[in-house]
Each structure stands twice: as C-alpha cells, then as structure tokens.
Design a protein around this ligand. Structure first.
Ligand code: HXC
Length: 258
C-alpha cells in the first residue's frame, strides 16, 4: 500500500516503516499517525512479517507532534476527538515486536513514539527530549508515564520541567535505550536485532511482549504469577518441544509458530 507520510518496505521477514515528512522533521500529524496505525495493523496481520522497525531520517526520528496542526485547536476539539488517542493506541495493540531505530531528534511525541515501541536502538547522534513545557503544554502520548518508569522520577522531572535534550550516551546510561551504535550503522544494527527476533517462535516472542508489558500494569506478585502461567502455557506448543529437542540434539531449532 502507498502512503503519503511513510515509506514501508518488507524484506526478509522485517517490515521497515520509515516516517517520511522531511520538511517538518517527521512531525507527527493526524495523517502520519493514522497511516502509521494502518501500517502497523497491516504488518501485524501479514505472515511474511516477523519483526517491525520504525525509523525516521538521519536528522530526525520525529520532532514531536505537529505544532502547526495543533496550535489553533480548542479544548473542545482536543477533548471531543480525544486527540491522537485512537491512533496512538495502535502501537500498544501490535503483537509483533517493534524496534524504534532512532537517529537525530526524538522530541515530544517523537520520544513518546519511540518509548511506546518494544526497544530503542539509538544512533550516537540521537537526542531525546520532552520539551512540551516550552509550548505551554505537557506530554500527551504517554511521556510523563513512560519516561518516569524508564529513567526514574528525578531525571524524568528534569526532562519535562527544563525541556532539555538528552544525548545518546546519557540515554543509554539511564536505560532509555537498549544500545547505541554509530549513525552510519543504525539500520544495519536494527536489522540484525530484528533478524534475531524474526528467527524465534512468533508465539514465544508475543508471549515475551505480553509478560514484559504486564510488568508496567500490575504488582510484582501478579506479574510473576502471570509470567509463570504463560511459561506453563507454552508447554502446549510444538515450538517448546522443538526448541528443547533442538538444544538436546545440538542443532538449530526450526520453529513453526505452532
Ligand atoms: C511542526 C516542525 C516541528 C514540529 C520542526 N518542525 N519540528 N513543524 N511541528 N514539532 C519544522 C520547522 O517548523 C521547520 O519548518 C522545519 O521543521 C525544520 O525545523 P527547524 O526548527 O528549522 O530546524 P532546526 O533549527 O534544526 O531545529 C530542530 C528542532 C526544532 C530543535 C527539532 O525544530 C524544534 O525545537 N522543534 C520542535 C520540538 C518540539 O517542541 N516538540 C514537541 C511538540 S509537542 P519550516 O517550514 O520553518 O522550514 C508534542 C506533544 C505530543 O510533541 C503529544 C500529542 C498528543
């Protein structure tokens, strides 16, 4: 499918979704978010996709929600349409793993979009920030909640209150990103990670996502119980039998998502 604000390529079981509004540093407008929602829904339903990468340009992953589009909106419009709620939920509904490959600016909604993905691989040029306070608003796509859980209260307050940017080294130090790679290698490294994930049983990968995400939604005791039940349930799959047999027979497993 052709999109106006995205370039989507599917190759070797990986769907690469590139945000493509270069004139606005990939600012997230309604069109882009609804197309992203559609592209994720399509990738989730496509058997030839086993991992998804969302990326931007070298200069910007995304510089935030589109300020031009929002600036004149009223409270009634924002609240009445529950602005961005439907399309931003699409990431949480996606069951296949999503990697954010971030180069350059990931600000405001761009930082929030990256954090909503399952893991972030950053180039050494990446800059993260929640500068909404400079516009007289707060984050609106989960930034105050996710950043706080990722990096702790003090640093989250610092980012949201001062609006300062965090470079890639600091982002890695404080656990916001999983790895930092040289800018020129960003997509190669993201594809390598995606290929590793794509080789697993999709059933198990989706189960991992559910368990890790559950840790943000519930108590430790409930989360551990949930994990144990999922662990038990996977013994009903052929892929568990295959994975363990392959180990014992000293060969690579052939998972069939069954
Ligand atoms: C609309 C944007 C934009 C944005 C950049 N542009 N960010 N347009 N919305 N968020 C546009 C600029 O207007 C400009 O267009 C072009 O992209 C290039 O940007 P410059 O500012 O000229 O580039 P540069 O000097 O390199 O500065 C880069 C920058 C700066 C530091 C990233 O653009 C910036 O501060 N952007 C805004 C960041 C921000 O406040 N984000 C939070 C948004 S609120 P023209 O036409 O002039 O060339 C948000 C809320 C989320 O995200 C919650 C939603 C529910």
């Amino acid at each position: 499918m052709a999109y106006e604000t995205l370039i989507v390529e599917i190759e070797d079981y990986i769907a690469l979704i590139r945000l493509n509004r270069p004139d606005a540093l990939n600012a997230l407008n309604s069109k882009l978010l609804s197309e992203l929602s559609e592209a994720l829904r399509a990738a989730d339903a496509d058997d030839s996709v086993r991992c998804i990468i969302i990326t931007g340009s070298e200069k910007a992953f995304a510089a935030g929600a589109d300020i031009k589009e929002m600036s004149q909106k009223s409270f009634v419009e924002m609240f009445g349409t529950d602005f961005f709620a439907a399309d931003s939920d699409c990431i949480m509904r996606t069951r296949k793993p999503i990697i954010a490959a971030v180069s350059g600016y990931a600000l405001g909604g761009g930082c929030e979009l990256a954090m909503a993905c399952d893991l972030i691989i950053a180039s050494d040029t990446a800059k993260f920030g929640q500068p909404e306070i400079n516009l007289g608003v707060v984050a609106g796509l989960g930034g105050t909640q996710r950043l706080t859980r990722f990096v702790g209260k003090s640093k989250s307050m610092d980012m949201h209150l001062t609006g300062r940017f965090m470079d890639a080294a600091e982002a890695e130090r404080c656990g916001l990103v999983s790895r930092v790679v040289p800018a020129k290698d960003l997509l190669v490294e993201a594809r390598k990670a995606a290929t590793k994930i794509a080789e697993k049983s999709m059933l198990t990968a989706m189960a991992v996502k559910e368990c890790v995400n559950r840790s943000y939604e519930t108590t430790m005791r409930e989360g551990i119980l949930y994990e144990r039940r999922v662990f038990h349930a996977l013994f009903a799959t052929e892929d568990q039998k295959e994975g363990m047999a392959a180990f014992l027979e000293k060969r690579q497993p052939q998972f069939r998502d069954k």
